[in-house]
Design a protein around this ligand. Structure first.
Ligand SMILES: Cc1cc2nc3c(=O)[nH]c(=O)nc-3n(C[C@H](O)[C@H](O)[C@H](O)COP(=O)(O)OP(=O)(O)OC[C@H]3O[C@@H](n4cnc5c(N)ncnc54)[C@H](O)[C@@H]3O)c2cc1C
Length: 484
């Protein structure tokens, strides 16, 4: 069995683990960073950027969001059921973290909203190819990995943390396994766990949250995210927290191009399988709200409906709502994309010449659906007496052909598992800290309460980067105090 040693062992190299490794190394500590997969970055490789508050980027855009405002929004949203000190510490650090990333060569395209009504807190990374969009986060990860290497962090790729070594109640090491099955023990004075939850493990998701992947739930099932860190911390005495899925609403995208997806992400009539309207579609792009509403419908399903007049308007004039993720401005190519998607086997989008036929194809109760459409069309001609939707988005369903897309809840991954305090120290059930044990990122993220807080976008990666940094810095303070 190979034996190595360092001041700090970091278990996993997603954004949280990388931030922890860099900040510990910046404090002069030796660091070994374990990563189970072949590349660093975890989910952040697919993302676009972190939250920042009161940043230089926002100031340049004249769209600053203050820490005080964000904190008040957050605590009202969560009814103070979350750790206020952890939220405040993270928010206060966020501007400095954006600068810290810029100093290592990360460039930000802009601080963006996610949807109308959200704040411009989402710091979109400018990727190497100069085209900001999904996957831009990879460029940030590359800069962070380079910075960690320059600081002397020793990476052990394709090596998975397995358990913690405890001596006299303190962390004394991490046991890991290489891809060849060899066991390595890393002696250390402190360890950070940041393994990204268990969104990749369908069975755990089913057992712990009730969701069944690819049935009534569609998510980013990132391989390797199987709850290793949560288990390791628990075995070392950590208290568990509630676990949520980081919900978003999803049209299963197999066979569908972005134009088709964008068409069904417009604020048009949304009904359940019983044919009833249940949501103010104005809010559809807050995908947490939409997912929550869809989640409690029959079959966990919501069906977005539009007619040919709406589609043609989107083709001619452009869409109502354009997002950084679905960056499609008009629907040219929709007809071809839809035909192709249906022909290729998508079971989630439909086209029909009558409303009856559309309802039957989509599995919606026909009679109620027809009444709902009639009522909705009346609201379009007058005002939305049901949910008060903005009039500009009220597009009647009158002109054939008609189109429908089925939505379900999905998730970016899991949230929570390991109890920490606002210094990112791992805590026992009795609120005692476990000396030398720190955790960061989604393994610890309970700050949203029951629903992901999308009004301040970039929150997820923002929390991960900032808690990672906090872990590295707090470890330095812990080891300094131990040496004093
Ligand atoms: C498609 C997509 C888009 C997103 N876009 C955004 C966005 O724009 N902004 C935002 O704020 N958030 C976004 N998110 C969420 C964000 O990416 C995650 O919250 C964030 O990546 C979580 O960071 P983490 O470090 O906690 O864990 P992860 O990024 O999940 O990384 C965990 C790492 O741990 C490794 N690992 C697991 N077990 C072990 C083990 N035993 N030993 C060693 N390594 C292990 C994994 O291989 C992985 O590399 C997005 C997520 C997805 C899926």
């Amino acid at each position: 069995m190979e034996k190595l040693s360092a001041d700090v062992a970091v278990v996993a190299c997603g954004p949280a683990g990388l931030a922890a490794a860099i900040s510990a190394a910046e404090a002069g500590l030796s660091v070994i960073a374990l990563e189970k997969s072949k590349r660093t970055g975890g989910g952040a490789n697919a993302g676009m950027g972190p939250l920042g508050l009161n940043t230089d980027v926002q100031r340049r855009q004249l769209s600053t969001v203050s820490v005080e405002k964000a904190f008040e929004m957050f605590m009202n949203y969560t009814h103070w059921r979350v750790d206020a000190n952890l939220v405040k510490t993270y928010f206060e650090k966020s501007a400095d973290t954006i600068r810290w990333l810029e100093d290592m060569g990360v460039q930000f395209y802009q601080a963006s909203r996610y949807f109308p009504g959200s704040e411009a807190t989402w710091h979109i990374v400018m990727p190497g190819n100069g085209k900001p969009g999904p996957g831009a986060g990879r460029t940030m990860i590359l800069r962070m990995t380079e910075r960690a290497k320059a600081l002397g962090v020793q990476f052990m790729m394709e090596t998975a943390g397995q358990s913690l070594v405890m001596e006299d109640g303190k962390v004394a090491g991490v046991v890991a396994k290489t891809k060849d099955g060899e066991t390595v023990t890393i002696g250390c004075k402190a360890a950070v766990i940041a393994t990204g939850g268990f969104g990749g493990d369908a069975q755990m998701v089913r057992e712990q949250t009730g969701y069944v992947y690819n049935q009534d739930f569609f998510g980013f099932q990132i391989p390797g995210l199987v709850g290793d860190g949560i288990r390791m911390a628990k075995e070392a005495g950590a208290a568990s927290t509630d676990i949520q899925m980081e919900l978003t609403v999803m049209l299963p995208t197999r066979y569908l191009n972005d134009t088709v997806r964008a068409a069904f992400h417009q604020p048009n009539l949304l009904v359940n399988l019983q044919g009833e309207r249940f949501f103010n579609e104005d809010l559809f792009e807050n995908s947490t709200y939409a997912a929550n509403a869809v989640n409690i419908q029959k079959g966990r399903c919501g069906v977005m409906v539009l007619d040919d007049a709406a589609k043609q308007l989107y083709v001619d004039r452009g869409v109502d709502v354009q997002s950084m993720v679905l960056n499609v401005s008009d629907l040219k190519g929709f007809d071809e994309g839809l035909e192709k998607g249906i022909a290729a086997g998508s079971q989630y989008v439909f086209k029909a010449d009558t409303l009856e036929e559309l309802a039957e194809k989509a599995g919606i109760q026909v009679d109620t659906f027809l009444k709902t459409v009639e009522q909705y069309n009346h609201y379009c001609d007058t005002y939305d007496a049901q949910f008060g939707k903005r009039h500009e988005y009220m597009k009647p369903i009158r002109k054939a052909p008609f189109y429908a897309g089925k939505f379900f809840p999905g998730a970016y991954g899991t949230l929570g598992g390991i109890k920490i305090n606002y210094r990112t120290e791992v805590m026992t059930q009795d609120f005692d800290v476990i000396p030398g044990l720190y955790a960061a990122g989604t393994d610890t993220c309970t700050i949203y309460g029951d629903s992901y807080m999308f009004l301040l976008p970039g929150n997820s990666m923002g929390y991960c980067l900032n808690t990672g940094r906090m872990a590295g810095e707090n470890i330095a303070a812990y080891l300094n105090a131990a040496n004093a």
